[in-house]
Write a protein of this length. Structure first.
Length: 64
């Protein structure tokens, strides 16, 4: 779960050396100035989280 959204905490604690998705998205928007790629990755992450949430609630919220 942290690889989907956390980009501030790894940057503060570890210098952001690991390749997390949140850090990659921020890198695309701010450093690389590549908004379309950052937007596409953000939408894919959003879709994956939506599907995972729907599956969780469809199973009745039980542990998988």
């Amino acid at each position: 779960m942290p690889s989907f959204g956390a980009y501030v905490t790894p940057a503060i604690l570890g210098g952001n050396k690991e390749g997390l998705l949140g850090s990659y998205i921020v890198l695309q928007f701010l450093s690389a100035r590549n908004g379309p790629v950052g937007s596409a990755v953000s939408v894919v992450v959003l879709a994956v989280m939506l599907v995972a949430t729907l599956v969780y609630f469809r199973t009745g919220g039980k542990n998988l």
